[in-house]
Design a binder for this molecule. Sequence first.
Ligand SMILES: Nc1nc2c(ncn2[C@@H]2O[C@H](COP(=O)(O)OP(=O)(O)OP(=O)(O)O)[C@@H](O)[C@H]2O)c(=O)[nH]1
Length: 790
Amino acid sequence: MLRQAALAVRQPLRRSLAATAIARPVAAQVAGRLPRVALPQRRAFAASAWRCDDESTKPSPPQPLPAKYPLSDGDKSRLTRLRNVGISAHIDSGKTTLTERILFYTGRVNAIHEVRGRDGVGAKMDSMELEREKGITIQSAATFADWQVKDAAEKEREGKYSINIIDTPGHVDFTIEVERALRVLDGAILVLCAVSGVQSQTITVDRQMRRYNVPRLSFINKMDRAGANPERVLGQLRQKLRMNAAFVTMPMGAEADFAGVVDLVKMKAVYNDGEKGCVHLIDIRNDEIPAQYLEAAQAKRAELVEALAEVDDELTEAWLEEREITPIELGAAIRRATIALKFTPVFTGSALANKSVQPVLDGVCLYLPTPEEAPAHALSVEAPADPPQTLSPTADAPLVSLAFKLEEGRYGQLTYIRVYQGTLKKGATITNVRTGKRVKVPRLVRMHSDEMEDVDSIGAGEICAMFGVECSSGDTFSDQSGGGGYTMTSMFVPEPVISLAIRPKGQETPNFSRALNRFQKEDPTFRVHVDSESQETIISGMGELHLDIYVERMRREYNVECVTGKPRVAFRETIQEAVPFTYTHKKQSGGSGQYGKVVGRLEPMEIDPDTGKDIAFESNVIGGNIPAGYIPAVEKGFRDALQRGILTGNPVSGCKFILEDGAAHQVDSSELAFRLAAQGAFREAFPLGRPTVLEPIMTVDIVAPVEFQGNVIGGINQRKGTIIDTETRDEDCLVTAEVPLNDMFGYASQLRGMTQGKGEFSMSYRQHAPVMPNVQREMMEAHKSFTAKK
Ligand SMILES: Nc1nc2c(ncn2[C@@H]2O[C@H](COP(=O)(O)OP(=O)(O)OP(=O)(O)O)[C@@H](O)[C@H]2O)c(=O)[nH]1
């Protein structure tokens, strides 16, 4: 009776949870459209920011077509034991340390080396020399491991599993690595620090996971650290990330007294014996729950059951009947709810202290989806407007695979590829769907950080790397010739926020442009352009560290020393209102003339939440007023015009060019004439569309002793920031603010100065938003006087 009444009260909550969680096949289609965490009102300009974060207004996309190829029994048994998972989190949460333990416990490495460890070796997964030196992860590294699940609640689930793992960087500057990884993963481990909890980059990573509908389990790491408070972190997961989350392993003690965990499914205490947290590699010790933790464990198990009963019908029934839930029932419910994106199981432990990492590996195998349970979709090359096709992870279907990451290795270009359908074979000829080029696969390898293992073929659902195949990141490969096959929809690429001028020291060698080309191919957030006014080469990226790393790589890998200018914020220009245009480009100077007329509209455009794109060209010209052959020239003219905005000379984005009509002359029209006509139309229309200058706004998280809270808030106000949230935790205050990146230069030393060196901060990109009107005026005047001088 009591439970019936409780259910009545909880129904609305249950409905709202159900509304936020969308069944995966459909969810893959509505990528990124899950409701976001509600944030308090931003200051005026940000509230009116044209890049709206709420994606609920977007029309729903078409339903994907059901999979064409049935899975064989062989496929099914292979996939049941295969997991593709990523590890991502806020910087320094311990992802690399956790991965290092996973490699050790799965027998992939036979010694543990710490990040910045005293042995000077560095973590296995930080394979770049730079990563080991700096103690941070720059590139995501892929590896695979086998894990033996012993003593699962359900006997059938025991045995050997293959896991492809991608350790991703936590630093915001390398966010594209996280996007890439999540794009091809079926599940993820979200790592949190037991002291710091949910931080700004955790929120970004969570948003990325939602965008690709990746089911995840959370691991609250660093339980051994002073100030560890897993309950608080769990509360933050629920409140800040709006996750339906509950402990699956409950910690026994914390800080120096952290002794192990209680497995709440089987109701057993789990201990790590031995110096490295195991005996004979994988053995951990299960025991009776100590009396002092029994009551807490029972309460936590009840909480887990309730959280699942909210979202899982089978468990609701058992719960309503008020009968004991068996470990098998509970395990199955955790699995169903996690895969359906309705629940996040929470694990606790300490990677560094070698405690409770093995239960996380069990969790990956038991609760995260198989490739079959995480279906991918692709568009037909021949009919791209058709609804997407659900791919079948079967070995016998035509090949559909995605190159998601390129790396220049010792033996040439290494291309990481995820096979979604069919089989990728060594020696086979495959087609790059984007370019139509046919290429032979000379060598296929499974990657283990920077070491590799040759293989002859890779089946659907797996991740591997191939050598000697030229392509760009994000290209789809198929084994069909003649333009058939499918293309995977592209990935979200955020806008660069920082740029700087760069030139080689001394004579320019071909290596300078070779390196820049290479980096652009590897990393879509790294952009290069030549400023048409100053003729300087400008590189742009996601932060100072991001650009520093490339400058350093130029020196190390290409032997090019560079001189760089001062970093500048990557400003953009956009319009806020649609403007119609009619423009005729006409020139008669002896010989043949130039004639091209374009009619249409320039419109503001929001960022596409799936791809990050906010520039588009559309032609609705019918009846041949502009011959079809000239339309690409109009688009080219529009894209040329975007390079330099009219207000301040910064690139233009957030704008769509709709060509509706025009006119051509039989003799005088040419591609050049239409290109110039489009540029002229843009030049005339842009100033009439309420143009504005945009700047990157960052979410900044600051932690400092509570006595400095006033100073910290004062400092943020001084930098034109808006305080979003403040929290006091033990002796520390946590301040979350949104601050224009342009006002963040030199903040690290200011914070140190005002907190006696005790304050720390991190920041992540939030959005581009209009600058203050006075700033815009100053920028426009500076641009005017600069161009007048020339
Ligand atoms: N006390 C304690 N420290 C830990 C634990 N796990 C990791 N650390 C430390 O935290 C620091 C960061 O660890 P990493 O593993 O490099 O973290 P990361 O998340 O991979 O860092 P990035 O890749 O640079 O974002 C290192 O100094 C680790 O030794 C833990 O369980 N307890």
